[in-house]
Design a binder for this molecule. Structure first.
Ligand code: SF4
Length: 441
């Protein structure tokens, strides 16, 4: 195995936060969260994430917190709980919401009436006059025109469509049969309704997937001209997501094939004029993500790369994570625990992390590396403080994956897929938890 293949197989976090969620503990109680909310200044700009943990059926590869439901009752009950949870945020009344994101699961499973009711509840709690981005994750198989009209009516201006792979044999192997025409139709309906910003999600490393399949899927995706694309590597973690056992391990591509697939899909996207953003995103040059990248103001959050620079992130729904200046909080991931707390009028917080000064410093270094693919350690206390980390990075420099020039660390283009490994050098929590993460590429 070549050195870079060995690196590609290393288990490292995706660094959508630092410290990462496996290190959250019972250190943050619902009462403390209440105190943190009460301290949010009136002029603060907020970002809000709503998690809806339901889908009509489970895709074999899914790594999200969701469950398959066939009946309306659990969805209706959950929607009522979301409204109760919004009511618990009385301390934030009148605060400006600049970003709103519905994720899941399949958030549109709530249906037009609940989407409208929840949106109205948010509008009565927050000031939406400066809402820049109102985004939702959509399953193209679960969309119709009335639903699209509702999304437009509640102000959704960005939609992410899960595409993954366009080839029927791969779709069979991942338990998600979704002809490309469905994605095309969904994109058309959304644009017709005025939802102009489209993201498409692609994947590599899927069962039965070949390099040609990954490139063909990328070609079909760009034919729809989305402003943004994400290209994620499938994370096979059946010890953590038991339904992934439905995937035959023998049909999974090996590390060198994964690398080839990622490269072929990325090259296809770039050949059609998309710019690579960070580890796994692509955007048209006119998109704000490209400007944010040039100006070093790109951020990384639980949804990936973003221009969201809100002062605090509020999470609603089971398993959702919030971030306040003081630290992270996470809602109960199980529906039972979430429901009991909200029904009793308590914040459903079960875990969190109080940020230390060292956490903040390392979080900033890791975010710059993940977003800019470069970091200047002089801005973070200088090289003397990070001598051990620089030593850890030297083998990567030796393989041409990054350059160390005094205090400046810069990933090479060849090193872009390995940026998580460079970031991991600054992660003081990692050693104890390495097995829980997915492979680097
Ligand atoms: S639709 Fe998305 S969230 Fe639902 S099971 Fe499939 S991959 Fe998971």
């Amino acid at each position: 195995m070549t050195p870079s293949l060995a690196l590609a197989e290393r288990n490292v976090p995706r660094y959508t936060s630092y410290p990462t969620a496996p290190h959250f503990s019972a250190a943050v109680s619902p009462e403390r969260y209440g105190e943190w909310l009460a301290a949010v200044p009136p002029e603060a700009r907020l970002s809000l994430y709503i998690h809806v943990p339901f889908c009509t059926e489970l895709c074999h590869y899914c790594g999200c917190n969701t469950r398959a439901v066939r009946k309306r009752a659990p969805i209706d009950d959950y929607a009522e709980l979301l409204i109760k949870e919004i009511a618990l945020l009385a301390n934030l009344s009148g605060r400006k919401l600049t970003h709103l994101h519905w994720g899941g699961g399949t958030p549109s499973i709530l249906g037009p009436e609940w989407l409208e009711t929840i949106a109205a509840s948010l509008a009565s709690r927050f000031d939406l006059s400066e809402l820049k981005e109102h985004a939702i994750e959509l399953d193209p198989r679960q969309l119709d025109k009335p639903l699209v009209r509702t999304l437009a009516a509640i102000g959704v201006n960005r939609a992410s469509l899960g595409m993954q792979d366009a080839n029927p044999h791969v779709q069979q192997a991942i338990g998600r049969v979704q002809p490309f025409e469905l994605v095309e139709r969904a994109a058309g309906w959304l644009r017709e309704a005025g939802i102009a910003n489209l993201n498409l999600d692609l994947m590599y490393g899927l069962p039965e997937q070949t390099t040609r399949d990954a490139a063909r899927s990328a070609e079909l995706a760009v034919s729809l001209k989305p402003q943004r694309l994400a290209l994620f590597g499938y994370a096979h973690v059946p010890w953590f997501k038991s339904h992934q056992r439905l995937i035959d391990e023998a049909s999974l591509p090996g590390p060198s094939e994964r690398l080839e697939q990622a490269q072929a899909a990325a090259e296809t996207l770039i050949s059609f004029g998309y710019q690579a953003i960070g580890l796994d995103h692509f955007a048209l040059p006119s998109d704000e993500l490209c400007a944010a990248t040039r100006e070093h103001r790109l951020h990384r959050n639980f949804q990936g790369y973003t221009t969201d620079d809100a002062d605090a992130l509020i999470g609603l729904g089971a398993s959702s994570i919030g971030k306040l200046p003081q630290g992270f909080v996470q809602n109960a991931p199980d529906l039972g625990g979430y429901s009991r707390s909200v029904a009793a009028g308590r914040f459903p917080i079960v875990k969190g992390l109080i940020l230390s000064d060292d956490d903040r410093l390392r979080a900033a270094i890791i975010e710059r590396l993940m977003c800019d693919l470069a970091v200047d350690l002089d801005a973070f206390g200088g090289t003397a403080r990070f001598a051990a980390e620089i030593e850890t990075l030297e083998p990567l420099a030796g393989q041409g994956l990054l350059q160390i020039d005094g205090a400046r660390i810069t990933m090479t283009e060849q090193g872009r897929p390995y940026v998580r490994i460079a970031a991991a050098a600054f992660d003081t929590y990692l050693a104890a938890s390495q097995k829980k993460h997915s492979v680097a590429v």
